[in-house]
Design a protein around this ligand. Structure first.
Ligand code: SAM
Length: 197
């Protein structure tokens, strides 16, 4: 471990946003999952959440495609696994996190109108059928990226990046990258894990 490497680890961890996360509900293509994790790393997400696709295993995402397309970001963003998206939504809410489902409904708002300086989880849906109804109903709000083209939806990793960089923009303006959001103990623990994996 060189001093430069350790300084980089400390610089990155001092900008990590433990109160910003995503929940991937059965995102079933490894390259999409890894692209989302890569964006999480860039924006400063500390930990992400995922529900494995029905009939599949999240472990499949630890294979070659996942590692090749995440650009090693999976080493720096912990992915917590859940069995059920609606239950994961309730668990996050119990920790004081607002869950915003990327879901078209009567109550959907433009994603730019949400307040991402609050503890926030962005709920992302599966490529084929989107966010499940139960999880979307349990969410605190539904957000949507306005679409004016012939195609109805974006690729899930593109949608994730669009929303997470809006969250980054708001958090930058609020000064949330200027001082560490991790407690000194959590930062020290994570620095040790990253430096000596
Ligand atoms: N047929 C699916 C549906 O009806 O929801 C389309 C799913 S889309 C390909 C996959 C995921 O990308 C969605 O569940 C959502 O998380 C995200 N997504 C795609 N387009 C979006 C948009 N315009 N606004 C917000 N999220 C979007």
């Amino acid at each position: 471990m060189t001093p430069e490497r350790y300084a980089k680890i400390m610089r990155v961890l001092s900008r990590r946003q433990p109160t910003l996360t995503v929940l991937m509900d059965q995102v079933n293509k490894p390259h999409n999952l890894s692209a989302i994790i890569r964006t999480c790393d860039a924006v400063g997400v500390l930990e992400a959440h995922a529900v494995a696709p029905k009939g599949g295993k999240l472990a499949e995402f630890e294979g070659h495609t996942f590692e090749a397309t995440s650009g090693s970001a999976h080493k720096w963003v912990t992915v917590n696994r859940h069995q059920d998206a609606a239950q994961a939504v309730r668990d996050l809410q119990a920790q004081g996190v607002q869950v915003l489902a990327t879901h078209l409904s009567q109550r959907s708002v433009d994603y730019r109108d949400a307040d991402y300086t609050r503890p926030t989880c962005v709920l992302l849906g599966a490529e084929k059928w989107g966010v499940g109804d139960e999880a979307a109903d349990a969410a605190d709000g539904n957000i949507i990226i306005p679409m004016f083209g012939m195609v109805q939806s974006l690729n899930v990793s593109v949608a994730a990046a669009t929303i997470l960089f809006e969250a980054q923009r708001q958090r930058l303006a609020a000064g949330m990258y200027d001082t560490p959001q991790l407690t000194p103990q959590a930062l020290a623990d994570r620095a040790f894990e990253w430096a000596y994996p």
